[in-house]
Design a protein around this ligand. Sequence first.
Ligand code: GAL
Length: 671
Amino acid sequence: MLGGRLLHGGDYNPDQWLAYPEVFEEDLRLMKEANVNSVSLGIFAWASLEPEEGRYELDWLDHIITRLGGEDIQVVLATPSGAMPHWLTQKYPEVMQVQADGKKNLPGKRHNFCYTSPVMREKTAAIDRELSRRFGKRKNAILWHISNELGGNFGDSTCHCELCQKAFREWLKEKYGTLDNLNRAWWNHFWSHTYTDWEQIHSPGPLGEMTSTALVVDWRRFSTNQISDFCEMEIRAVREESDLPATTNFMDFFKGLDYNRLKKGLDVISWDSYPFWHEQRDEVPVAVRTAANHSVMRALKKAPFLLMESTPSSISWRNNNPLKRPGMHMLSSMQAIAHGSDSVQYFQWRKGRGGYEKFHGAVLDHKNGSNTRTFREVSEVGARLEALSKNVEGTVNRPKAAIIFDWENWWALEDTQGPRLDLDYVECVLSHYRAFWEKGIEADLINMDADLTGYQVVSAPLNYMYKSGYEDRVRKFVSDGGVFVTTFFSGMVNETDLCFTEHHPLEDVFGIVPEEIDAPTEDFENYFVYEGTRYPARKMCEIVHAKKGTEVLSVYERDFYAGAPAVIQNAYGDGAAYYLAAESDDLFLRTFYDTVFKKADLKNALGTELPYGVTVTERTGVDGDRGIVFVMNFRNEPVCVEGTGEWTDTESGEVYKGKLELEPFECLVLK
Ligand code: GAL
């Protein structure tokens, strides 16, 4: 556990208050009162740290780090490349990003530099080295926070300048060797798109080529690589003088970057979570999405991650920015811990008086000091985490189920033409994840390259692309006794979006021969009956034939494919494979996954049915010992979970027999 305890604190941006030293004194006092034990420093402070090229002013930060150390507050040291100082963009305009339509950005905003630019890399490495030399060995420094939300925030996450075009061509040369190989892999003889010179290749953009999915997917791979390379360059720079581990903060289902690539250079995964709580009265969809995000982060390294940012009250960038209702701040913080976080950190400690984010929630508001509801709720979270630390130390979630969530599949699936243009990969993955969440069955969200051993159930919704080696891993997983689920429009193309010919790559495992895919409009209702209940078949209806010996669990009711299989089960080796030919709804998935979990003999940590809005997770030690169970109620009303056996509350010591009663938005931590 980093820093030896659950971290509680967040982004601290004192560079806004350097002219007001009394503010820092008040901050220090109130941080103790709020049970803050760690802050991230200097994230956007480049202009204060290096006011002009090569002139470093680090004394103010030194003073702050030292004083924080005196109060037993640990620091996460940030590199400041997330926002460029004006002297940099003025003197070296090439550091500014060029957009996909060829327009060059003007100075300002943040997260908008060119990741290829040698000048940007040189200037970033220089300030990073300086920071590392001065602070990299401080006793209260625990982690490097590289840049901020790489690839993110305003608009396109990539740069299309000439330097990037050149680097892209080099990357392609390395990957394909010859233009012939590339032309074949991208199917360029269609529409006369054959390249005869590497210089003819250009990044995708609205004024040029957007019709080649293979090009777009490779561009995204290249951009991921370029940004990861920039991040690794920064890590090397800080490492020259410091051994601290490094992270960079990830975002909520961020399509722009494949985090499975970016994770490689990092020691710790961290992410920024801003769920839309109270978007509607039913909090379940938001709880599910947030849990799924936590599961992506935990699964990246199969290790605890850090919640690097969250809001203690509201955000400021949605059309409606509801305040967290009483109890929600505690519950959402506990949800992070329950899914494997070792921290609850905020953006930010104190609201700025001006600037873009002055109304974004913070621990300290513009007025009233510690006398606010937010401050009190934050202090309570801090006190609870402090008490929980010793139980949580050395534990992490080790789910027996996984869902395939793969960035390259995401890119290819949503960029390709047909059978529907509104396919939403994340929405589909979440609809499956929700069935797991509602049953209290935890799942890792892993990509296609991940090792499947150790899981009992793996589900792969909308698994359009099969990456090389994947089908063999799935085949082995099922034949060794695993239960595997997939859906319509899976196993269609290889890594460069070339369709598989002859047969579906896992035809033997699923026991089917897929033939056509219908994408009906709402007027063409169809249905199928599963375990006595009739469910809709809508949007995507694949027409497949069952092979001899394959079990057809349900068939389409209508249209020219009435009687064709809609839900299929096939025994393969020691395991079983399910193919959902039809897209349906949440009610169907809930019932269907009951079948799957029974088949795999998978139960939640409480071993009982959960009422709506309640879920369960478990963190254990390396050997599966010292299990602690988190029971969370996302309903704003009391609930009772029946049939639970005997549990001890790790916090109050109370013993519960046979049932658990939860208050609105309550989280219990049990042994
Ligand atoms: C994050 C970002 C923070 C802050 C926060 C609230 O995306 O990393 O710097 O902007 O959002 O809007």
